[in-house]
Design a binder for this molecule. Structure first.
Ligand SMILES: [Zn+2]
Length: 190
């Protein structure tokens, strides 16, 4: 008797499991509209955190290694310096804005770029003072002021007091820490 009950219970469970669930999502018009909305949403679920400009970004060392090229990782995350005159932007004059290569935060407008003759992209001012942070750097037997991205903490370069007017500052930045965005790209929102 007990065995029969168990067998019957098992059979019932199997039947329930095999029975297809009623497809409410496909038959309920409200659900269909909802599903369509999700599909049309340009920023679906799963968007990485910190998608909004300005929100601080914190990543593990392993994540940075995965995201960045080896040269970017060396300069941005290990405070390296690219060799003078080797970077992509040391001699460029194109209009636009230079964003952080690690997190896309806007850093330097092309209007503040000048030819310093040093072999590194040089700027008199950032696009907004809060977009960069400075800290004392006593490495390599020198006392310098390091410039980092305020959003992701990545190393950008150094700032010196021998720049041209109006600020008298020279932000000496590694090309590899930057990405140039043209005015056309800015308009299209990328
Ligand atoms: Zn950044």
């Amino acid at each position: 008797m007990r065995i029969t009950t168990v067998v019957m219970a098992l059979a019932l469970m199997t039947l329930l499991a095999a029975c297809p669930r009623p497809e409410t999502a496909a038959t309920n018009p409200d659900d269909r509209v909802h599903a369509a909305r999700i599909e049309a949403d340009p920023a679906p679920l799963g968007e990485p955190e910190g998608g909004c400009m300005g929100e601080p970004i914190e990543r593990t060392d392993a994540e940075w290694r995965e995201i960045l090229t080896p040269q970017q990782y060396h300069v941005l995350r290990q405070k390296g310096t690219e060799r003078a005159f080797t970077g992509a932007y040391h001699a460029t004059k194109e209009p636009g804005v230079y964003v952080c290569a690690a997190c896309e935060q806007e850093l330097f407008p092309s209007e503040t770029k000048f030819d310093s003759g040093t072999g590194w992209p040089s700027f008199t001012a950032p696009i907004a003072s809060e977009n960069v942070e400075t800290q004392l750097d006593r490495s390599h037997g020198m006392v310098r002021t390091e410039v980092v991205c305020s959003r992701c903490g990545s190393h950008l370069g150094h700032v010196f007091n021998d720049g041209p007017g109006p600020t008298g500052l020279r932000f000496c930045i590694n090309s590899v820490s930057l990405r140039h965005v043209s005015p056309e790209d800015q308009k299209s929102g990328s």
